[in-house]
Design a protein around this ligand. Structure first.
Ligand SMILES: Nc1ncnc2c1ncn2[C@@H]1O[C@H](COP(=O)(O)OP(=O)(O)OP(=O)(O)O)[C@@H](O)[C@H]1O
Ligand SMILES: CCCCCCCCCCCCC/C=C/[C@@H](O)[C@H](CO)NC(=O)CCCCC
Ligand SMILES: [Ca+2]
Length: 557
């Protein structure tokens, strides 16, 4: 630990116990004085550590004078209340520090601790010293523009914001202008043209992935317009957005939040916004020839996930359960689609989708930025195409699913995601090709989205880490696996769909599921724009190591 000058240290009272409290530039630490005396009498240093606490200054939410009536109700029970009253006579002034406490599964909570002081002057000195340190944290937002989708997920967005988020923003002295959307694309259009963005340090969306996508489109388009960049050109150099985006999860999948924070919990997300976290993120631009279609940050899925989405849009009234029903229905129909996938592989030094280097807070793969003169690796001759570049790979086949995961796509339904080792900000997307296979094999593959087994370890699945890709569907009549008698015989799991008429189709084309929105074109070209946006997040934190040494002593040294 780097040695820091002590800014303030005093003996104060906390819950009837005398504690030594110290503040330096990086931590606020306190330790029971009685406990340290017991130590000399032979009590193990585990209780010594148990009585010793450290909070990083960057994880303090706020400090404030404790209201007088709360000073005397700091404890429960008659005995302790009596003792507390004695203490509060001697220490009638108090201040309360609110800080981040980590709980299970990457959740954060806001915790309060009250210190009692012998004089008003001492209490004020502490409040001022802590506030001075907080004011040096320049990454923290002071003013936010908040959009709430009142109809996302289980329609709880407004309540979640009012009950769980607004009180925390208020405590952290963050000013928030709130817009409750009145129609789809309200937030996107407002950001594109109307919003006075100079007033704000960030934009917050309360909703699901669809709502996040609106904010993404509004902000990216506005940034390009302000800088005179034409986003309809597939090779345009897009300008990164300066405002960070916060996501308060209130949707059905909340995959962007889950994959960048590790949980879909509104309080955790609010705290990441307050402490001013910053997580850069890749954005895929999707074009059809020179027509801009959409941006994507999580899943671009053709075939299975496109069909699930198309079916589920008709069942929006069901809320999050629509995906389960449409997922089961699409699985039973078991369609495949013919087409050509071309892709530009990424260099070897960004890892590969089958390694175990998962993207975590401070990820080293995402730190790496390719140099301008660095070219993606050469592919084998027989795989390379004939378009002159020699680096594009071309695969023409029948696919049940084509999925491009620009991040892991972890979500409550799939805790490790569609590509567990995909990275948030490495400038690549993991292209997963699921070729025509039996229904049983596809079931096995899908099942692995929900457990720890390797979903790429199947002969009919291949995965590539790519910087760009294209897809062209084959133009022909509809094909159902059940229509092909030869395939039918080979199928090991046909009883689930034993009625052939249910398996006839009128279309050879699926649709692209672009972060939960349906794309109108099957033929697309996709290019990953490295770190085009930034979130109020820090990536998924590794589980914390237990500290063996006394943290107070470490801070005081
Ligand atoms: N006021 C509104 N009325 C109707 N639709 C809206 C409104 N505001 C936003 N929308 C649209 O609602 C759609 C779904 O919203 P959202 O993403 O918040 O929830 P979800 O679809 O349940 O969750 P997920 O996208 O995580 O599956 C979005 O595409 C968004 O454009
Ligand atoms: C037989 C057991 C089968 C179990 C299969 C479960 C697999 C679940 C994988 C979920 C992957 C979600 C990827 C994220 C996509 C989001 O951009 C998008 C917008 O929210 N969500 C969906 O399209 C919603 C897609 C929901 C699909 C079910
Ligand atoms: Ca990526």
């Amino acid at each position: 630990m780097e040695k820091q000058a002590r800014l303030l240290s005093s003996q104060l009272v906390q819950k009837q116990r005398l504690v030594e409290v110290l503040l330096n530039r990086s931590v606020l630490a306190w330790k029971e004085i009685e406990t340290s005396r017991k130590r000399g009498s032979g009590i193990s240093n585990i209780s010594e550590t148990a009585g010793s606490h450290v909070v990083q200054v960057c994880e303090i939410i706020a400090v404030q004078q404790t209201e007088e009536d709360k000073v005397n109700t700091d404890t429960r029970g008659r005995k302790s209340r009596k003792k507390a009253q004695q203490h509060s006579k001697l220490h009638p002034h108090a201040f309360t520090v609110s800080y981040v406490r980590r709980t299970r599964q990457h959740r954060w909570r806001c915790c309060d601790i009250t210190f009692h002081c012998s004089s008003q002057a001492l209490s004020q000195q502490w409040i001022q010293a802590i506030n001075e340190q907080l004011s040096l944290l320049s990454d923290r937002p002071k003013s936010l523009l908040v959009y709430i989708n009142p109809y996302g997920g289980k329609r709880r967005g407004k309540r979640i914001y009012e009950q769980k988020v607004a009180p925390l923003f208020h405590r952290a002295s963050i000013l928030a202008d709130v817009i409750v959307t009145e129609r789809a694309n309200h937030a996107r259009d407002h950001l594109k043209t109307e919003a006075n963005l100079e007033k704000y340090d960030g934009v917050v969306c309360v909703g699901g992935d669809g709502m996040f996508s609106e904010i993404l489109h509004g902000l990216v388009t506005r940034t390009q317009t302000d800088h005179g960049v034409d986003q309809s050109q597939p090779d345009a150099d897009l300008v990164p957005c300066s405002l960070r985006i916060g996501i308060i999860p209130a949707g059905s999948t909340d995959c962007v939040c889950f994959a960048s924070v590790g949980t879909n919990d509104p309080v955790t997300s609010a705290l990441h916004i307050i402490v001013g976290d910053c997580q850069p993120m890749d954005v895929c631009s999707v074009h059809n020839s020179n027509t801009f279609l959409r941006y994507s940050v999580s899943l671009l899925g053709y075939g299975f996930y496109g069909d699930v989405l198309t079916d589920s849009e008709r069942k929006r009234w069901m809320g999050p359960a629509r995906y389960d029903l449409s997922g089961a229905k699409t699985f039973l129909t078991h369609k495949y689609y013919e087409g050509t996938v071309s892709f530009l592989p990424a260099e070897d030094n960004v890892g590969n989708p089958r390694d175990k280097l998962q993207c975590r807070s401070g990820c080293c793969i995402c730190q790496y930025k390719p140099q301008l003169d660095e070219k993606p690796c050469e592919m084998s001759k027989e795989k390379s195409d004939k378009d002159g570049s020699g680096r594009w790979c071309v695969i023409r086949d029948k696919f049940i699913a084509i999925n491009a995961a620009s991040m892991s796509c972890a979500c409550p339904r799939s805790p490790k995601g569609l590509s567990p080792s995909a990275h948030l900000a490495d400038g690549t997307t993991d292209l997963i090709l699921v070729r025509k296979c039996s229904r049983l094999d596809f079931f096995r593959h899908l099942l692995r989205h929900t457990n720890k087994d390797d979903q790429f370890d199947h002969s009919f699945v291949e995965v590539h880490r790519v910087r760009k890709f294209r897809f062209h569907p084959k133009q022909q009549e509809a094909v159902s696996l059940e229509d092909l008698s030869e395939t039918n015989k080979k199928m090991a799991f046909s009883p689930i769909c034993s009625t052939p008429p249910a398996c006839n189709y009128s279309s050879t084309h699926s649709s692209w599921n672009c972060d939960g929105e349906i794309l109108p074109h099957a033929a697309i070209q996709v290019s990953v724009q490295c770190q085009l946006i930034r979130l109020f997040a820090r990536g998924i934190e590794e589980q914390q190591q237990s500290v063996c040494e006394d943290p107070y002593t470490l801070a005081a040294l």
